[in-house]
Design a protein around this ligand. Structure first.
Ligand SMILES: C[S@@+](CC[C@H](N)C(=O)[O-])C[C@H]1O[C@@H](n2cnc3c(N)ncnc32)[C@H](O)[C@@H]1O
Length: 193
């Protein structure tokens, strides 16, 4: 097991509902979601819940050279480790709920693509709204919000509530097929504003 996975696991044991998964996202799921989210065409990209960087590292490779990228991670140990591994990117140790303020500080008006791996089904109604409303508001018209959802959590009331909120917030919600090669098996939503 590599150092990143060990760190992720340790933080999961400390904050299970905040981390929400036992191991980082698999390569197959990362690639499928980044393609669906059209990251290479975005001018401003934001990641919610960067963790140990499964998505972050691939976003850096896929994004246009002149695009702006902000990786948000609430957990200070994970944020610090990620920043030391990728010193060239902007890693922000904050809650994704503060997105409007973080954009303002960087003189950015709108976001084209948000990539999220937040464990939405573990969040209560209020926290889901506190995170989703600023995300939706910050997206440019036609902007994309892509988020992972876990098969294991699908039947939880929180997951069903989150799926309803996505339909309320976005013009179009696409649900991708299940990817079994992930722990736990997962799928993703691509939502268009
Ligand atoms: C399921 S993990 C995903 C980590 C990584 N992106 C991956 O795909 O392997 C969810 C991450 O979201 C972070 N997180 C939870 N709540 C957050 C919040 N309000 N704002 C920013 N990050 C948050 C957790 O600390 C954790 O690193």
């Amino acid at each position: 097991m590599d150092q990143s996975t060990l760190l992720f696991w340790r933080e999961f044991l400390r904050h299970p509902t905040q981390i929400g998964a036992l191991v980082p996202t698999s390569e197959g799921l990362v690639q499928a979601m980044l393609q669906g989210a059209q990251v290479s065409q975005a001018q401003v990209i934001v990641e919610f819940g960067a963790g140990t960087g499964s998505f972050t590292k691939e976003i850096v490779k896929a994004k246009a050279p002149d695009s702006r990228f902000l990786a948000i991670e609430l957990n200070p140990h994970l944020a610090q480790t990620l920043q030391s591994q990728l010193p060239q990117i902007d890693v922000c140790c904050e809650s994704a709920a503060n997105l409007p303020q973080l954009l303002q500080e960087r003189n950015l008006k709108q976001v084209d693509t948000i990539i999220s791996t937040l464990p939405w089904s573990a969040f209560d109604d209020q926290l889901q709204s506190q995170l989703l409303a600023p995300a939706c508001k910050s997206l440019a018209p036609g902007g994309r919000f892509a988020t992972v959802a876990y098969l294991s959590g699908l039947l939880l009331p929180g997951a069903r509530r989150f799926a309803r909120k996505l339909k309320e917030c976005f013009r179009h919600v696409y649900r991708a097929p299940l990817i079994w090669n992930n722990l736990p098996p997962a799928f993703f939503y691509i939502c268009t504003k």
